[in-house]
Each structure stands twice: as C-alpha cells, then as structure tokens.
Design a protein around this ligand. Structure first.
Ligand code: BGC
Length: 366
C-alpha cells in the first residue's frame, strides 16, 4: 500500500457460493476500505452490511493486533453460522421487537420474525446483509448509504440511511448515522462489532475490566424482551458503575443472567441531563495488553452482550477459534422493543424529521 494513502478502495472478494439469502449478489459492488492514521491504527470497513471487518491497534509495547472479530472474506458474513452479526450495522431496528409486531397511529405492522417468535436486528435480511452504496467523503472517512424500501422486512416507509465511518488522528472510530423516511417508522441503528482487546481469537473477554455509565437496566423476560421496568443495578451483577472484570459476577445466581446466558442486556445510560448529546457510556481495559477503549454516544442506552452465543464453532481471521465469550459488543442504541413500550424514549421517526445520532469508539493504552 502506498504511504499516506488515507482511504483505499479495493474489491473484497470474488464470486462465492451459497448466498441464496442475499438480496444483492453483485460481488463487483462489494468493496473494502482501509482507514489508517499516523498512530498506526487501521480500521477496515466494507459496504457489505456497512461492516467493520478489522480494527488494528497497538498494545502498550507497540505490538499491533486486530481487536475486532470477523471473517476474511465476504462469504463468511453472508453465510455466518449462528448469525453473530460481526461488525455490521444492524437495523432498521437493532435489537428485539416482541413478536415482530407494533402499531403506529392505530395501524398494526407485522415484521419478519427471526429470533424465536421475536424480531431481531432488522429481520431475515437486515441492513447487515445488503450491499450499501459507498463514497469516500474525507481523508479517513467513508459514507455508506442504503434505501430500505417501504415494506422491507415488514417496516413501513422508504427509509434513506447514511452511515459514515471516520477514523481520527486520536484513534477514534466515529460512526455517524442519518436517516429520513416518508412514513412513520421505528428506527434504531447500531454497530455490532465484537471486541477482544487481546486480539481476535485470543481467548475469552472475561478478564476485561468494564465500566458502564448506567445506574439501571431494562430487565427482560426469557425471550430477552424488556418487561418495561427500569431496575437499579446497585447490589446486582449488573453494577458496572465502577470498572470490574466482566467475569467477576457473571456466574452469580441471578434470573436476568440466566435469561441472557450471561450479560445480554440494555443499560440505561446516565446522560446527566444531556439527552441526545455525546457522553461517555463505557470504558474497557484489558490488563495484559494495556489496551483501553472508551465509548461515547448520543444514544440513551447500550446493549452489553458478552458473546454468550459464540459456541466455539467459528474460526477467526487468523485461523484461531472464537471461544464462548471470546468477544463483547457495546451496542449504543435506544432500548429494545421501544415501539411496544410507551414509557421508553420513542424510536418513531416521522416524515420531515431527521434521525441523527453518533457514537465514538476511542482506542488507546494505559
Ligand atoms: C443480542 C444477542 C444476540 C446477538 C447476536 C446481540 O445484540 O443482544 O441476544 O444473540 O446480538 O445475534
């Protein structure tokens, strides 16, 4: 690669088999972009699913490792076993909608159900499984755009979406989301990157020290649908208000941990009265490498999912097995099932309004 080349567009892979469920099978349109800053942080993104495929950062001794789980080629993303949604943008509604049903202004809508009786991450062919338009919009910035059609996966309204990834010289990966609609529709976009700050495929994330800036969660039923309550974390395994190892309390007897098979819950962020503004949501520190990560968001919630459904049957980009809990996600978002929960912040976008939100993952060492 040429020196100082901010963004490089390159065809990701050639023709692949077994992609019957993929809407657009024009592989020539699938591109991989490399964002690289002077500190040596490198992020790769593809317009297949607006997916982050790789994040390479230095540890405290300057050794580089890829800290994002994923695949080496697009067939991995298309045919993913157990659908982990590695690195993708998920939507139109990230997270679950109970029974795939909701009503707007008295009109009931039925969505595709793909998680038992519920709707998860946009349905059978969500935004993670479509090819987005791509445009280089700055030195280290790529914008992906997609028009989700009225009726797609059951959602009302043509939704025009843009997601821009920018890598700054401060090793921040900025994700800016923008959407407009021509009919009222729920929208809840997030990025589904799995991190392992030791490096992808380097064991579990149970020793990572996590802080979540949240005094409450939205507890769920056995199908991981919120009950509607907002419950304090104080005195429970969900208290991450001070940094603690993810594994410290994960095996404690707790109904919510049983339902999630570990942590798989929405945390209600302390916005300090700054609703809709960028605030610190979480920090993660991995003691052996010294890698440290901060998450900032304008969103009111964050889904902390610690890879409970990784079953040890996937191999990573370097050929190493992704073990159970071999990666964690911090998915900034509105709360799950908000269209059916009047007390939760609204996720309904109306014509004439703009869905505009941002999240930053900042990488460093301590
Ligand atoms: C959900 C999990 C789900 C995972 C992968 C997460 O966002 O909360 O329940 O298994 O995505 O699909």
């Amino acid at each position: 690669m040429k020196k100082n080349m901010g963004v490089v567009g390159a065809v990701m892979v050639g023709l692949l088999a077994g992609c019957a469920s993929v809407k657009t099978a024009d592989f020539d349109e699938i591109k991989l972009y490399t964002l690289k800053n002077k500190a040596g942080t490198t992020v790769k993104v593809t317009n297949y699913g607006a997916t982050v495929t790789s994040i390479v950062t230095a540890d405290r001794d300057g050794n580089l490792a890829d800290i994002a789980l994923g695949y080496n080629d697009v067939s991995g993303y298309m045919n993913a076993v157990d659908k982990p949604y590695f690195g993708s943008v998920v939507g139109r509604y990230g997270n679950r909608i109970a029974k795939g049903k909701f009503s707007i202004d008295g009109q009931e809508y039925t969505l595709a159900t793909n998680n038992g009786e519920n709707h998860l991450h946009g349905g059978v062919i969500g935004f993670d499984k479509v090819v987005w338009d791509a445009e280089i919009v700055g030195k280290n910035a790529v914008k992906f755009s997609y028009l989700a059609k009225d009726g797609e996966e059951g959602y009302p309204g043509n939704l025009q979406i843009a997601v821009t990834y920018t890598l700054t010289e401060e090793s921040e990966l900025k994700i800016d989301y923008l959407a407009t609609t021509d009919k009222k529709t729920p929208v809840n976009l997030t990025n589904h990157t799995y991190f392992n700050l030791k490096g992808e495929g380097e064991g579990t994330i149970l020793d990572h020290e996590l802080m979540i800036n949240a005094k409450a969660t939205t507890p769920v039923d056995s199908g991981l649908i919120p009950t509607g309550e907002i419950t304090p974390v104080n005195g429970t395994p969900f208290d991450f208000t001070s940094a603690k190892a993810i594994g410290r309390d994960i095996s404690k007897k707790d109904r919510q941990l049983e339902y999630g098979l570990g942590y798989d819950h929405n945390f209600v962020l302390d916005k300090g009265g700054k609703d809709g503004q960028m605030t610190l949501a979480a920090t993660v520190y991995e003691p052996t490498s010294g890698r440290f990560m901060e998450v900032f968001t304008e969103e009111p919630g964050i889904q902390f999912y610690c890879g409970n459904f990784l079953a040890g049957n996937l191999k990573g980009k370097a050929g190493k097995t992704y073990v159970h809990r071999g990666g964690f996600c911090l998915e900034t978002q509105h709360y799950p099932d908000s269209p059916n929960q009047p007390a939760f912040p609204s996720t309904i976008l109306a014509p004439g309004e703009e869905y505009k939100t941002g999240t930053i993952y900042r990488f460093g060492v301590k």
